[in-house]
Design a protein. Structure first.
Length: 181
């Protein structure tokens, strides 16, 4: 679980973003940012980035949008403790993030270079990625698979409360008491 990677990747470079404003999803209540917007916010006021890596064809991604991100507890945690980003892993746009530009050049099939970097080459969808501060660098922790709201709450709290710095995931999970029923 705690497999982290310094985001200033040696093998890959990171992220150009879309020129959009934050989107408050009517169905979820989550205020989604582009990667570029999240990077600007990160510099102004540090907090973890939460990146929902999805594809248009992914049924489990749509299920998570419909069932997990619509939960008011989940939306509240994402909006107040993270900079939530939606990232199309097969998008065609070039993205610049942390001074590095990523493209979708077909080298990894349909996958965008940024998706390959964030998911550490393990392309499965949905995968949520947590970018957290660590020793003056960003660390990336991808977590693959669909999560119901109560499971997502535990995961979000593990990162937003910085428990990952002092506890093992298994121990945190056993003692966690959440608000989602």
């Amino acid at each position: 679980m705690k497999r982290t990677l310094i985001l200033l990747l040696a093998a890959f470079t990171i992220i150009p973003a879309f020129a959009q404003s934050p989107v408050l999803s009517k169905s979820s209540g989550v205020k989604w940012y582009t990667i570029q917007e999240a990077e600007k916010l990160l510099k102004q006021s540090p907090r973890p980035l939460f990146i929902d890596t999805y594809t248009d064809w992914c049924g489990w991604c749509k299920k998570m949008d419909k069932e997990t991100f619509t939960n008011t507890v989940i939306a509240d945690i994402l909006n107040n403790k993270f900079y939530p980003v939606k990232f199309d892993a097969e998008g065609k746009e070039s993205i610049t993030f942390l001074g590095q530009t990523f493209i979708n050049d077909g080298k990894y099939g349909k996958a965008h270079q940024l998706a390959v970097a964030l998911l550490q080459g393990q392309l499965s969808y949905p995968t949520v990625v947590f970018l957290t501060q660590g020793n003056e660098k960003l660390e990336v922790s991808p977590v693959p698979g669909f999560r119901e709201a109560r499971d997502m709450e535990v995961l979000l709290s593990f990162f937003s409360d910085k428990a990952y710095k002092t506890q093992k995931w298994e121990d945190f999970q056993k003692s966690f008491v959440g608000k989602v029923k």
